[in-house]
Design a protein around this ligand. Structure first.
Ligand SMILES: [Zn+2]
Length: 205
């Protein structure tokens, strides 16, 4: 087995590549490594770091043992990078918990304020952890708001709330609905804000 010595600035002792099911894994041996570790870089490239004198066989075994996890992680990284201009909110349990309490403290009061400002009424407001939509409004005037709005800039939070409030007048996305919503926006820029909203998405960790 031939192992190429490192000629780069990194402090790795040896480096070579392993391939499995189309994935190329660059293996690097470090004097300071205590155990093997797989690192998935943004863009989906993979490094396996190893302690000194790790055999190619044990590196390959470690790789196979962790390959299912590795493939899933690489796919997720690729998806994230392949969407240019997208602001991805990764919905970890910790973030969800934090945003839920932020939303509970902010959204009901803000919604009440915006409704009063525009002479609109609604029946109730509920905070959810929905990832597929920012909010919803039932025909009975029950408004649901996803806690992930709290990860948006503040003017977009208002935009989501005003969108749902506009549904208390128009239960559709007709021209009348968009006109009513646009009229409630300080800059009357509904189209522009809709475009910006589309650059945000929420993904599972
Ligand atoms: Zn809507």
């Amino acid at each position: 087995m031939h192992l190429q010595k490192s000629v780069t600035m990194t402090a790795s002792l040896k480096r070579y590549c392993l391939t499995h099911e189309g994935l190329i894994i660059s293996v690097k041996e470090f004097r300071t490594s205590r155990c093997m570790r797989l690192i998935v870089h943004s863009g989906g490239s993979v490094t396996l770091t190893c302690p000194p004198r790790t055999t190619k066989m044990s590196a390959a075994q470690y790789l196979l043992k962790n390959f299912d996890w590795l493939r899933r992680t690489v796919e997720r990284q690729k998806v994230k990078v392949e969407m240019p201009g997208v602001n991805t909110i990764v919905a970890t349990p910790e973030l969800t918990k934090a945003l839920r309490s932020k939303a509970a403290a902010y959204v009901p009061g803000r919604l009440k304020h915006l409704a009063a400002l525009n002479g609109l009424g609604y029946k109730s407001v509920k905070i959810t952890a929905t990832r597929s939509k920012w909010g919803s409004c039932s025909s009975l005037g029950q408004i649901c708001v996803s806690c992930y709005v709290m990860a948006l800039p503040v003017e977009l939070v208002d935009f989501v709330l005003l969108h749902e409030l506009a549904h208390t007048r128009h239960m559709n996305h007709s021209k009348k609905f968009h006109d009513a919503l646009d009229a409630m926006l300080p800059a009357h820029n509904e189209r522009q804000l809709n475009k910006i909203m589309k650059t945000y998405n929420i993904v599972k960790p």
